[in-house]
Write a protein that binds this ligand. Structure first.
Ligand code: NAP
Length: 246
């Protein structure tokens, strides 16, 4: 229970990695505000989480809505007098080759994966700086480090998220706020389930561990970055990718 009495906010918590992060932080004793656009989906997995249920609070939030980002953060602080951990996990892909990628495809991915994180960090930082403590954890991607054919929009958003992470770490470090990113490789979720089997098999051959990761394996890294054992780590992009990015 290393996060007992702490309050966490997780975006993109309706399924996949976001759900695993919420469960992992709640298991450590944190009160977790689990946010997504689809709150029905959040409600339905929370119902299945047994003894963790009282520490999981479903809340509607679209991270592309700046006013909603401010409002949700302010409401948490008003109600619980604190916000210790922010996990920016919400993300989408809209893959396509660069020559046929339209503006909407590019903007949508930037708005969710990068601007959404910016809105949330700005809102949370105001409170964390006042409290002189806080952990901000951004879920980035292997694509943001290495680039990826067919994902120019996504790689640009995640690469910028890594730079945002480092800038926030430099700006807020002296106020006790730590900011890090995690760069998952291929993780088994709805996001990767839609990829063609032949592509997935090809990618597996490139991964030294020869398998895709699980949402729980990313949640474990979040738990580490949220907890006391990472108190001297900030501004880092930690790869959790089975060795793919070496
Ligand atoms: P997923 O299963 O597709 O889940 C994405 C989550 O983001 C959902 O909960 C979705 O909920 C939420 N979301 C999307 N747009 C949103 C918005 N505008 N506002 C709020 N929430 C929004 O994907 P995942 O695989 O778990 O991915 C989670 C994160 O890990 C993403 O940032 C992704 O880029 C990153 N990642 C994943 C992999 C992988 O292999 N799976 C690899 C590298 C990085 P609603 O639709 O209900 O809002």
């Amino acid at each position: 229970m290393m996060l007992k009495d702490q309050v966490a906010l997780v975006t993109g918590a309706s399924r996949g990695i976001g759900r695993a992060i919420c469960e992992s932080l709640a298991r450590e004793g944190a009160l977790v505000v689990a946010t997504a656009r689809n709150t029905d989906a959040v409600h339905s997995w929370i119902v299945e989480s047994g003894e963790l249920q009282p520490r999981l609070i479903p809340t509607a939030l679209d991270v592309t809505d700046r006013a909603a980002c401010d409002r949700v953060v302010d409401e948490i602080v008003a109600k619980h007098q604190r916000l210790d951990i922010l996990v920016n996990n919400a993300g989408i892909t809209k893959d396509g080759l660069i020559m046929s990628m339209d503006d909407e495809q590019f903007d949508a991915v930037i708005n969710t994966n990068l601007k959404g994180a910016f809105y949330m960090i700005r809102a949370a930082a105001r409170h964390m700086v006042r409290a002189r403590r806080g952990r901000i954890i951004n879920i980035s991607s292997f694509s943001g480090l290495a680039g990826n054919a067919g994902q120019a929009n996504y790689a640009a958003a995640k690469g910028a998220l890594n730079a945002l992470t480092k800038s926030v770490a430099k700006e807020l470090g002296k106020r006790g706020v730590l900011c890090n990113a995690i760069a998952p490789g291929f993780i088994k979720t709805d996001m990767t389930d839609v990829l063609p089997e032949s592509l997935k098999e090809g990618v597996k051959q490139l991964i030294p561990l020869q398998r895709f990761g699980s949402p729980a394996e990313i949640a474990g890294v979040v738990r580490f970055l949220a907890g006391p054992d990472s108190s001297y780590i900030t501004g880092q992009v930690l790869s959790a990718d089975g060795g793919l990015h070496m």
